[in-house]
Design a protein around this ligand. Structure first.
Ligand SMILES: C[S@@+](CC[C@H](N)C(=O)[O-])C[C@H]1O[C@@H](n2cnc3c(N)ncnc32)[C@H](O)[C@@H]1O
Length: 263
């Protein structure tokens, strides 16, 4: 239902990873907007984490969902990656891929594309193994908590990544602003936040279920990042959008921001 917030309980009960992957990450449906979005996201991540880009020891990905594409670039420049999501099913889907269990989702096309960006598409098997080795844990998270990974307390990280997620986990602009402050608390001073946000999106479908989003304007995202204690190093605004929202004038905002030192 439009207008009502779908919180953690709804995600836990009704967000089916396979429906989500089929809708947004199926690789056999030709050049649909979803595939273009994925390529765009992988290109942004390659530029951010590729040669001369961000590097460090630890990276935390908040609200990973059932997906691993978002850490394909970062696994080359960070030694210890944490994946996280609110729901048990999404974390199980991630573990399935990490442990190469039967029925694990096939990310090969995305991995090949990420390797192509790095200049060697034949390296995809090696890259999959690299990623599996670098992901050290999959944790429960709730972006609305002061410590989103509670009860686990991780050492402050060099980088926090969150893609297409905070706008889904939050019920209002105020909650979005608070969630960004929560993410900032996971970072070392000088550490980086890397985020991609869908703008102006009110809801999206996963199978037959509708999930709410807080519709955000670029300027609101920008201000929230600044107010959470970051300096913005890069902001890219793209008019790209998903099939469901082609008519809704949505878009994407890609941001790399550095946590300011001090309190
Ligand atoms: C649209 S998916 C994004 C998944 C993935 N990051 C991607 O790029 O495809 C939104 C994710 O947010 C998670 N989520 C919803 N509410 C949350 C909350 N309060 N805290 C953390 N994650 C939440 C859901 O379980 C879901 O996996």
């Amino acid at each position: 239902m439009e207008g009502s917030f779908t919180g953690g309980d709804e995600y836990q009960k009704h967000f089916l990873p396979r429906d989500y992957l089929a809708a947004f990450y199926s690789f056999d449906s030709g050049p649909v907007p979803e595939a273009e979005m994925l390529k765009f996201n992988l290109e942004c991540l390659h530029k951010t984490f590729g040669p001369g880009g961000l590097q460090g020891d630890t990276l935390i990905d908040i609200d990973s969902g059932p997906t691993i594409y978002q850490v394909l670039a970062a696994c080359e420049s960070f030694k210890d990656i944490t994946l996280s999501d609110f729901t048990d099913r999404n974390r199980e889907e991630l573990e399935k891929w990490l442990k190469k269990e039967p029925g694990a989702y096939d990310w090969t096309p995305a991995v090949r594309f990420a390797c192509e960006l790095e200049g060697n598409s034949d390296r995809w098997r090696e890259k999959e193994e690299k990623l599996r080795a670098v992901v050290k844990r999959v944790l429960k998270c709730d972006a609305n908590l002061g410590n989103p990974l509670a009860p686990v307390v991780l050492p402050l990280a060099d980088c926090v990544l969150t893609l297409l997620a905070m706008e889904c986990a939050c019920c209002s602009l105020d909650a979005y602003r608070a969630a960004l402050r929560n993410l900032a608390s996971l970072l070392k001073p000088g550490g980086h936040l890397v985020t991609i946000v869908t703008l102006r999106l009110k809801s999206y479908m996963v199978g037959k279920r509708q999930f709410s989003c807080v519709p955000l304007e670029k300027e609101e995202v920008e201000q929230a990042v600044l107010d959470a204690g970051f300096d913005i190093e890069q902001l890219l605004h793209s008019p790209r959008s998903y099939t469901v929202s082609l008519a809704a004038n949505t878009g994407l905002c890609f941001i790399v921001a550095r946590k300011r030192p001090g309190p």
